[in-house]
Design a protein around this ligand. Structure first.
Ligand code: NOJ
Length: 542
């Protein structure tokens, strides 16, 4: 494993659901040994850090985000030895492993909660947040609006209400209790001692509750996260903390602190604006949100993504944009979930190849480190009729054989997508690996090109001035002596576009990063580029 500091600034992340990736023992559930089997595939794709959804013992009422034991592995996934082997095998291939760490809550099955609810005098009672009335903290919004009516649930055994920001089966931990803080840090140490490379830290805005606030992004929360960072730095200086804070850019900015809080944070507001920009054929949504994004400390990094294991969240758009997004991308009410859309990338973009590739061009060139959601590199489909978010968590489609090559079992934990054009006969890894024009290869090529140009991970971002600034999202990425010009045609029409260049860039038509071919026509002070429908160009100016 290379020891490059700040490795995450350049990394290509891949998010995968262990249960859905590959079943090694034929029980219909994916497992850690299955992930090991597929590490060569991930290495070939060019991924250098894998994020695993929660792997802890859990009743799986929220697919593992309801943790029943912070120091174990869910028996369906394997053993701690399997996990150690996964880390060893991944590191051999220069792939890092991070896993979800759920800090805000536990499962109601967790022994801490069981002890707490059964005995008022238990030392664990104060591990959770109790109240005699469900009226406290009225300013806190409900997140799972389709399921939960309140953030308080009455517990018969406890004789009190307990606080939960997510499902009622996920009681919130009480971070005002120092014992909770130290237990959580200890649990993180347990995994870091095993060699894990960091954590995707779940739901960080909600750790503390205070009267008269919305109970999000509180100063107490930042203080605890700084303590977490200090602990991680002291013991495991190469580990990364990637924060899940679904908030506006100025609020997420706070989670980087002075470079002494979280290393990385998802850029939630950028994501829906990529879809908006594509559908409206306008760079304006992207321009506005990037303008609203404050600079971050040098040792920090944004994480960009198109889709993940949740619904495409529309929490960070205005009410009217949300309605517009639903009308455009979720015409069937069944496609909607909470404040979002439970669909995958390919179906969202009508399985339009050029648009899917263009979305990836934006993903891989905007500021931040990109995350690919498993299956999106081959354009997998979804099943909106499954429960909750299960429709975007179906088995990975490896080939066109039985159960898409995911398992030999007769029954799978979630059904394999079986409707054309997304069924395994049409969408699978093996076929795409044999086709140089496939989405798999385009993704792989983008990853490979991105990896050799440090400007993507480290560089500045500046909008260019194309002759059609609305239709064309064009920008410079520059680092040290390198300047790249990225040009994305957001429209479904061919475009000819002129972009002003600096004098020293006007000697030769710049090479395309993929082909090395000189591209465009130099005119008086600018370059003229031809772009096909939804086409893109990545050019090297210096
Ligand atoms: C965010 C996770 O992404 C989501 O899947 C989960 O349900 C909630 N946090 C609660 O842990």
């Amino acid at each position: 494993m290379d020891r490059t500091p700040l490795w995450y600034k350049d990394a290509i992340f891949y998010e995968l659901y262990v249960r859905a990736f590959r079943d090694s023992n034929g029980d219909g559930h994916g497992d850690l040994k299955g992930v090991i089997e597929k590490l060569d595939y991930l290495q070939d794709l060019g991924v250098n850090c894998v994020w695993l959804l929660p792997i802890f013992p859990s009743p799986l009422l929220d697919d593992g985000y309801d943790v029943a034991d912070f120091a174990g592995i869910h028996p369906d996934y394997g053993t701690l030895d399997d996990f150690k082997e996964l880390i060893k095998q991944a590191h051999k291939r220069n792939i890092r492993i991070i896993t979800d760490f759920v800090v805000n809550h536990t499962s109601a099955d967790h022994p801490w909660f069981q002890a707490a609810r059964n005995d008022r005098n238990s030392p664990f009672r104060d591990f959770f947040v109790w109240s005699d009335t469900p009226e406290r903290f009225p300013g806190a919004r409900i997140i799972f609006v389709d399921t939960e009516k309140s953030n308080w649930t009455w517990d018969e055994k406890a004789g009190q209400y307990y606080w939960h920001r997510f499902y009622s089966s996920q009681p919130d931990l009480n971070y005002d209790n120092p014992a909770v803080q130290s237990e959580i840090l200890e649990a993180m140490k347990f995994w870091m001692d095993m060699g894990i490379d960091g954590f995707r830290v779940d739901a960080i805005p909600y750790l503390f509750e205070r009267d008269g606030t919305n109970c999000e992004n509180l100063p107490e929360t930042h203080a605890f996260l700084k303590k977490m960072r200090k602990y991680v730095d002291e013991h495991f200086p190469n580990a990364v903390l990637l924060s899940e804070a679904n908030q506006w850019p100025e609020d997420v900015r706070e989670y980087f602190g002075d470079g002494d809080e979280m290393h990385m944070a998802f850029h939630f507001p950028v994501m829906p604006r990529i879809f908006m920009s594509l559908r409206r054929e306008s760079s304006n949504p992207l321009r506005r949100i990037l303008q609203r994004t404050p600079p971050i400390p040098d040792n920090c990094q944004w994480c960009t993504f198109l889709r993940n294991h949740d619904e495409l969240t529309l929490e960070m758009v205005t009410e009217s944009d949300r309605r517009w997004m639903w009308s455009q991308f979720a015409p069937d009410p069944r496609m909607r979930l909470n404040l979002g859309i439970r669909r995958r990338l390919a179906p969202l973009l009508d399985n339009d190849f050029a648009k899917i590739v263009l979305a990836n061009s934006l993903l891989f060139t905007l500021p931040g480190s990109p995350i690919v959601y498993y299956g999106d590199e081959i354009g997998m489909g979804d099943n909106i009729w499954l429960n909750d978010r299960d429709g975007v968590r179906t088995p990975m489609q490896w080939n066109k054989g039985k159960n898409a090559g995911f398992t030999d079992a007769d029954k799978t934990f979630n059904p394999v997508i079986d409707t054309s054009p997304y069924d395994p006969a049409h969408v699978n890894v093996a076929d795409q690996m044999a086709d140089l024009a496939s989405l798999y290869y385009l993704t792989k090529n983008m990853i490979a090109v991105r990896k050799v140009h440090r400007a993507f991970g480290w560089g500045d971002f500046k909008w260019a001035e194309p002759s059609k600034p609305k239709e064309i999202a064009a920008y410079y990425r520059s680092f040290q002596s390198e300047t790249l010009l990225i040009v994305n045609n957001l429209t479904s029409r061919k475009q000819t576009v002129d972009i002003k260049l600096a004098e020293e860039q006007l000697f030769f038509p710049p090479p395309d990063l993929f082909t090395g071919r000189a591209t465009g026509e130099l005119l008086d002070g600018s370059i003229r580029l031809e772009l096909p429908e939804n086409g893109y160009l990545w050019l090297k100016l210096s």
